[in-house]
Design a protein around this ligand. Structure first.
Ligand code: C5P
Length: 227
C-alpha cells in the first residue's frame, strides 16, 4: 500500500538534556533523524516525506536532507508548540492521498515490515497504530502507596508509526482543533470520532530517542545490525 509519511521533527528534546534539538545529535556518524528518513527513502511504498520543523531549523535540516540525498522529502511545515500542532501543520500542507503515516522523527529504528503492515491495515480499515505488549507489572499508586495492580494482558505500549486513511485523519485533526482537544497521539483524535483503531504488533527496538540512556541503546542496536 502506497503512503505519504509525516515526520514531526520540531521538538526541543529537554529530556535529552542536549543544548540543541535532540534529532541533530549523532549516532556514530549521522544525525538521528537521518536514520529515520533513510528508512522511508528506501521503502518503495513511501511516495513522499513531509517534515515539521522549527522555523529557525529549516535551513539546517534542509541542508542535511540534501547532504544525505533524501530526495523523497516533498516539503517542510513549520512545527508548533505541541507535537499535535506540528503534525497538524503537515496535514494542512500535504496533497490528498490514500494513506498517511505519522512517525516520530525520533524513532530511527522502525522496521519496514511494520510500516508495510500498518499501511495495508490503514488502507483496509482506516486506522492502525504500532504497539508492543507491556512486559512489566503495572501498578497504580497514590501518595506512594499502591492502589491497584493492573491486569496487563490487554495493555499495549503505543509507538509510531500511526497510519490512517487520509480523509479520516484530516477530519479527526479538524474536529480536535475545533474542540481544543489535545491528544498524546494521533490515534486519540480518531478514537474520539468513534472510529476503530487497529493495533499492529511492532518490536521493542522501535524506541523513541528521548533520554540520554536511549542513545546508548540506539548505538547498541546499530552495532548489532552491522554484524
Ligand atoms: O518530545 P518527543 O520525543 O516525545 O517528540 C516526539 C516527536 O515529535 C519528535 O520527533 C519531536 O521532534 C516531535 N515534536 C514536534 N513538535 C513539538 C514537539 C515534538 O515536531 N512541538
Amino acid at each position: 500500500m502506497k503512503y505519504t509519511v509525516v515526520l514531526p521533527a520540531a521538538g526541543s528534546g529537554k529530556r535529552m538534556k542536549a543544548n540543541k534539538n535532540k534529532l541533530l545529535l549523532e549516532l556514530f556518524d549521522k544525525p538521528i533523524f537521518i536514520y529515520t528518513l533513510e528508512v522511508f527513502q528506501r521503502d518503495p511504498n513511501c511516495e513522499a516525506i513531509w517534515l515539521a520543523v522549527k522555523d529557525d531549523e529549516q535551513e539546517l535540516i534542509g541542508n542535511f536532507v540534501e547532504k544525505y540525498g533524501i530526495y523523497k522529502v516533498a516539503g517542510f511545515a513549520v512545527g508548533g508548540a505541541e507535537r499535535q500542532d506540528s503534525v497538524r501543520a503537515c496535514l494542512d500542507m500535504i496533497p490528498a492521498c490514500d494513506v498517511v503515516l505519522v512517525h516520530d522523527a525520533a524513532r530511527p529504528f522502525i522496521d519496514s515490515d511494520v510500516i508495510s503492515r500498518l499501511a495495508l491495515e490503514a488502507g483496509e480499515s482506516g486506522a492502525a497504530i504500532a504497539g508492543v505488549r507491556v512486559k512489566d507489572t503495572i501498578k497504580k499508586a497514590e501518595a506512594g502507596v499502591i492502589t491497584e495492580t493492573v491486569e496487563r494482558d490487554n495493555l499495549w505500549i503505543i509507538q509510531t508509526p500511526q497510519a490512517f486513511d487520509y480523509s479520516l485523519i484530516k477530519r479527526a485533526a479538524t474536529a480536535a482543533s475545533e474542540a481544543g482537544f489535545l491528544g498524546t497521539d494521533e490515534a486519540m483524535l480518531v478514537e474520539r470520532l468513534g472510529h476503530p483503531v487497529k493495533i499492529i504488533e511492532s518490536n521493542y527496538e522501535n524506541v523513541k530517542m528521548t533520554t540520554p540512556d536511549d542513545l546508548i541503546y540506539g548505538k547498541a542496536i546499530l552495532e548489532s545490525r552491522r554484524q
